[in-house]
Design a protein around this ligand. Sequence first.
Ligand SMILES: Nc1ncnc2c1ncn2[C@@H]1O[C@H](COP(=O)(O)OP(=O)(O)OP(=O)(O)O)[C@@H](O)[C@H]1O
Ligand SMILES: [Mg+2]
Length: 363
Amino acid sequence: MTIERIELNNYRNYTRAQVEPCPGITVFIGPNAQGKTNLLEAVYLCCTGRSHRTRVDRQLIRWESDRARVHIVCRRKDGPHEVEILLDPQEKKQVRVGGKSIARSGELMGHVNGVLFAPEDLRMVKDGPAERRRFLDMELSQISPAYYYNLQRYNRALKQRGALLRTGSASAAQLDVWDGQLCAWGAKIMLARRDFIIRLGERAGKIHDGISGGKEALRCEYKTQVAPDKPEDALRESLAEELLRAREEDLRRQISTVGPHHDDMVLKLNGTDVRAFGSQGQQRTCALSMKLSELQVMRDATGEYPVLMLDDVMSELDPERRRQLLGQLDGVQTMITCTDLEDLAGAPVGRRYRVENGSVREA
Ligand SMILES: Nc1ncnc2c1ncn2[C@@H]1O[C@H](COP(=O)(O)OP(=O)(O)OP(=O)(O)O)[C@@H](O)[C@H]1O
Ligand SMILES: [Mg+2]
C-alpha cells in the first residue's frame, strides 16, 4: 500500500498542508513543536479513526478554527482508495470512504493501513494490561473489521451487565442474557487475539533475535483467564463456566471479573517479564520488535505492507539497532520524523520535507 497524498485543513497547528510521500522513505525534519508528529497523527487517524495521542477529537481541530479535515489518497493492489475525516466539535466525526459517508465506523478499516512507532509505544511494554489490550484491539481492528464489530458488541454487553450489577438487584435470568452475549462475542475476540499473538510472537522473536545480535530471546504469551488453546465452541463453554463461577463475586463487587476485558499479553526476554525486569533500552527494543513484527503480520493478513511511521525513534537507537531497523524497510513505504538529519545516517531517503510552525514544504 502506498499513500500518494495527504491533505490537512485546520488540523492541529496546520491551516492547510499537502504532502506527497514517495514510495520509499520520506523524511519530515524540523525543530521541536513544529507539527511533525501532528502529521503522522493525521495519517494514523485515517487508519484507525482515532488519534494515538488523545481520545478527544476536539483537540485535533486548530484552535482558531471550527472544523478540521484530513484527506488521504492511497493506492492498494486493487486500485486507489480515499479516506476523508471531518471533525466538527458540534457534530459526530464524519468519515468518508471513496467520497461516500460511511454508515458504521468499522467501514473505515482496511483502506489506509498504518503502523506507527512513537515514543508513547514504550507504554505498551511498560504500562499495565490495558495498554496492551489497546494495542491488540487497534491492530486487529485494522486487519479485520469483524474483530472490530465483535469488540463493539462485547463492550456494549459488558457495559449493560455492569449497569445491571450496579442496580444491586440483578436476577439470574437477567444476568444469563448478558453472560450469553459476553460468551459469544468474548470467545471470538479471544480466538482472534490468540492467533494474532502467536503470529506476532513468531515474527517478533526473529526480529528481536536480529536486533539483539542473538543475545535476547523475545517471547509473547497470551494471558487470559480461560485456557485459550481450544476451538471457539469450547472456548465459549469455558467462558460460560467461569462467568457462572464468578457470579456471586460479581454480584457482591458489582463488576464483571471474568472475560477478555482482563486479558494481557506478556512479553518475556530470556524467560523473564520485560515489564518488570527489562531495562529502558530493552523495553524500547521490544516495542520496536513488536511494531516491526506487526508490519509483517499485517502484510500476511492483507497481502500488502501498511505504511510505516517512525516518530522520533531514530535518535533513541544505537547505530547497530538503527542499522537493523533500516534493513527491515525494503519495500515498505516509510515516513520518518526527526530533528536532525544525522539521525538518519545511512538511510536511503527518497523525499525530504521541512516542517516549520505548521507549514510543510519539500526541501
Ligand atoms: N489544536 C491545535 N491547534 C493549534 N496548534 C496545536 C493544536 N494542537 C497542538 N498544537 C501545537 O502543535 C505543536 C506540536 O506539534 P507536534 O507535536 O507535531 O510537534 P513536533 O514537530 O512533533 O515536535 P517534537 O520534535 O517536539 O516532537 C505544539 O506547538 C502545539 O502547541
Ligand atoms: Mg513529535
